[in-house]
Design a protein around this ligand. Structure first.
Ligand code: ATP
Length: 486
């Protein structure tokens, strides 16, 4: 796939819109400064992207067939260097916000757009793209340069630390994350592999980066690979690289994952999803400390620290024969489990406020705050998607609502429904003040059952699992305490 050189001049912008009038309006606005290509459908856009290096893609959200966000997700997978902007009407905002993370959208522009606004967005996007390329290029140069050149300046490192260090991981005092971060920081100092377990969206990637920047390898690269996305057919080439001409379609040398991460840390995300073929190859690199790019005459030594993560119960996968036991032990030098957000409710408010501070100005709501009622909602909701879901909810609330204070109305219905549970958990904090021990324990037991059922939206299977009860056992207790879905 072609990637734009740093010097394609003027930069190429691709407009994807099924309405010819909108295409023309954008072309007129951008024509003077950019080479504008247009496509009326995702198919046409795909063809253009295959033939032509593009810097920025401006895509309408509403197109027949594939939505803009879905198409941009595909663009992200195949042409990750192209900066993606989606253009939409107000009513589409929800879909877009849901897709912001997945499609890696740089910006979304609301209709009706102004020529000046559009020009500025495209100018910023091109700048971001050039910077991204320069950084990637510099990284590569630094990795192949002498150790002296490789030293980043103290201020660069301080910046990187502030951006990716443990201080970026927001947590309440006394939260389980405190001790987890302390353990991770200790592990970071030694060159041992770290396995991060925990549900999706709990912050494993954040932790992996923090480990890298707290390690002696901080001057080296941090390279992330989503193992779930690797096809077996491309494995060798992705992991080890290939030489030009090694196979049909190998038009130039490709540097593999381990060489790119040389001297630094490789973060293998979703390691639990890997196939047997991947596991064998990975084990070999870890054992031998060298890789042989496809078509290369001799192996190349690689020096990487591996941090891996999965939302799966990896031990169980080993027992089921789905994950190699020898690889499991190699990767689990230190195993850290990030608890789900619902098990560290004290973190919810500080994280939500942090996200607000981070993006409120950018989204046009400087100084936005959460009302007390909203906080109660957020605390009562079980956050199955963890911090990622919390982030999306806050972004959504900011984008869709005006006013300084975000009320529960700004949040999605499922979060709002947490409100009664909030009142209940507050009540649950009040212990019974009289009665025999058995009577008081009964009251507490009923409260715990009720609070757990509320949090799981009265799903008895999930509540029973959390409480270590059988479903029948839970039903019996519900009957005994007169608990039923309101
Ligand atoms: N403690 C935290 N403080 C601030 N932001 C957080 C925290 N935990 C997670 N986040 C944010 O939540 C989002 C999801 O986090 P991250 O990608 O690290 O999760 P993950 O466990 O790696 O998810 P997955 O398993 O799906 O890859 C990111 O935007 C991240 O910055």
């Amino acid at each position: 796939m072609t990637s734009p050189s740093l010097f394609d001049d003027p930069p190429v912008v691709l407009v994807v819109d099924d309405e010819v009038r909108s295409q023309d309006a954008m072309r007129r606005t951008l024509d003077e400064d950019y080479t504008v290509l247009t496509a009326s459908s995702a198919e046409q856009a795909r063809e253009l992207l295959q033939r032509q290096a593009v810097r920025v893609i401006l895509c309408d959200q509403r197109m027949p067939g594939l939505s803009g966000v879905k198409f941009l997700k595909e663009v992200r997978e195949h042409w990750p260097d192209v900066v993606r902007i989606v253009i939409s009407g107000y009513t589409d905002s929800e879909d877009i916000i849901a897709g912001i993370n997945e499609a890696g959208i740089y910006q979304y522009i609301l209709k009706p757009w102004s020529p000046d606004g559009l020009l500025e967005s495209v100018r910023n996007a091109v700048e971001a793209q050039v910077l991204q390329q320069q950084t990637a290029r510099l990284d590569l140069e630094l990795r192949t340069s002498t150790p002296v050149l490789r030293q980043r300046t103290a201020s660069q490192m301080a910046q990187a630390r502030a951006h990716f260090g443990f201080e970026r991981i927001v947590r309440a005092p006394g939260s389980p994350l405190e001790s987890l971060c302390a353990m991770a920081a200790r592990a970071a100092r030694y060159d041992i592999p770290v396995m991060l377990l925990g549900e999706s969206g709990t912050g494993k990637e954040l932790l992996a980066r923090a480990i890298h920047y707290a390690s002696p390898r901080l001057n080296g690269p941090f390279v992330l690979e989503n193992c779930a996305a690797l096809a077996d057919s491309l494995l060798e080439s992705e992991l080890f690289g290939h030489k030009r001409g090694a196979f049909t379609g190998a038009f130039e040398d490709h540097i593999g994952l381990f060489q790119r991460a040389h001297g630094g840390t490789v973060f293998l995300d979703e390691i639990g999803e890997t196939t047997a073929a991947f596991q064998v190859k990975l084990l070999r690199v870890l054992q031998e400390g060298e890789v042989r790019p496809v078509g290369a005459a001799r192996p190349v030594p690689v020096d990487v620290r591996v941090v891996a993560a999965t939302h799966r119960k990896l031990e169980q996968r080993v027992q089921e024969g789905l994950f190699r036991e020898d690889l499991y032990y190699r990767l689990c030098g230190v195993t850290l489990t990030v608890p789900p957000l619902r098990e560290r409710a004290a973190d919810i408010a500080p994280i939500a406020r942090h996200i607000l501070r981070d993006v409120a100005t950018e989204l046009g709501h400087p100084g936005a705050e959460l009302s007390d009622e909203t906080l109660a909602c957020l605390l009562a909701y079980p956050w199955p998607g963890n911090v990622r879901e919390l982030r999306n909810e806050v972004l959504r609330a900011l984008a869709l609502h005006d006013g300084r204070e975000l009320t529960p109305a700004a949040f999605s219905a499922r979060v709002r429904q947490g409100l009664p549970a909030a009142a209940d958990s507050a009540r649950a904090a009040a212990l019974p003040a009289s009665g025999t021990l058995a009577e008081r324990l009964d009251v507490i037991e009923a409260m715990v059952l009720r609070e757990t059922l509320l949090r799981h939206r009265w799903n008895k299977t999930r509540a029973a699992t959390e409480l270590g009860l059988s479903r029948v056992g839970l039903r019996a207790k519900m009957q005994r305490f007169g608990l039923d879905k309101p």
